[in-house]
Design a protein around this ligand. Structure first.
Ligand code: SF4
Ligand code: SF4
Ligand code: SF4
Length: 275
């Protein structure tokens, strides 16, 4: 029984994703959804399974499995714009598929259940940024989070302008916007990582998706909690956190609480197993 308990999250995630896969396959009569969500569910479930077995690179394995699939297969081969511009595009055309489904599950309603797990286990931008040397920020956090609202507005204005101007062949523009947008994200993200000596500077200051992710993850069901009876206030958890979260505070208003990406670095490094 204890053995099953150890792998319970892995099993739950697999079941949830399979339920989504089968539901979308049957309701949309499209086998792609069965393949897509089964693959993602299996990848994440595998990562959680490996984490439960204390394998060092469990998170990175999932991040590469899901991130590369979305970037290379969905984005480049299938030409689906899965960035925020693609979300606006499909939303304006009124179809609930591709980026709208992706955003609804991974970035808007899903975070009510699994917080910002997307940012740790699936995002193809962070997949590259996490290879850089500053895994833990070496400089204090800057008050630059307002930039995310500008990039968010810019993406909305860009797609709205295409629709208002009745530009033809928007599908093709969306594909090239995906390529250019990703190139810009990687370029800016890598530059900021070195300037701020922080791999996740792009996530903290620029990423427009956090406008959805932060408020929704505030209510997340799955979150890291601290057992105050075990905690010795050694501060190790804060030293290893890439997002500057005060994880010893169990309240929803904990410092940088909506920045937690569930990477589990704090859990792995706590000497008292208090997290
Ligand atoms: S904040 Fe944005 S760039 Fe960073 S991991 Fe999350 S979705 Fe990706
Ligand atoms: S690492 Fe563990 S023991 Fe140390 S402060 Fe954090 S929760 Fe407490
Ligand atoms: S180290 Fe802990 S508190 Fe910080 S982002 Fe990762 S899971 Fe969240």
């Amino acid at each position: 029984m204890k053995r099953i308990g150890k792998y319970l999250y892995s099993i739950i995630i697999l079941v949830v994703f399979e339920a989504v896969a089968v539901t979308l396959w049957l309701t949309k009569n499209n086998l792609f959804y069965l393949f897509n969500f089964s693959y993602i569910g299996l990848s994440i479930s595998l990562g959680i399974f490996l984490f439960a077995r204390k394998k060092k690179y469990s998170r990175r394995i999932v991040q590469l499995l899901v991130g590369l699939y979305m970037l290379v297969y969905l984005g480049i081969i299938c030409r689906e714009n899965m960035q925020i511009e693609g979300f606006w595009y499909y939303l304006f055309t009124g179809v609930f598929e591709a980026a709208t489904i992706h955003y609804a599950i991974a970035k808007i309603f899903g975070p009510l259940l699994f917080g910002r797990g997307w940012c740790s286990y699936a995002c193809w931008t962070a997949m590259v940024l996490d290879f850089l040397p500053y895994k833990v920020p070496e400089k204090p956090r800057k008050k630059l989070g307002w930039i995310r609202y500008i990039t968010f507005a810019a993406s909305l204005i860009f797609v709205s302008a295409l629709f208002l101007a009745k530009v033809g062949n928007i599908e093709k523009i969306m594909f090239w916007a995906f390529i250019a947008g990703n190139a810009a994200y990687y370029g800016i993200g890598i530059a900021l990582a070195f300037v701020f000596r922080d791999n996740r500077a792009f996530c903290k200051y620029i990423c427009p998706i956090t406008v959805f992710l932060k408020p929704m993850s505030y209510f997340s069901l799955i979150r890291v909690r601290c057992d105050k009876d075990k905690c010795i206030d050694c501060g190790k958890c804060k030293q290893v956190c890439p997002m500057d979260v005060d994880v010893t505070d169990n309240s929803r208003k904990r410092k940088n609480g909506t920045e937690c990406i569930l990477c589990m670095e704090c859990v792995k490094n706590c000497p008292k197993n208090a997290l």
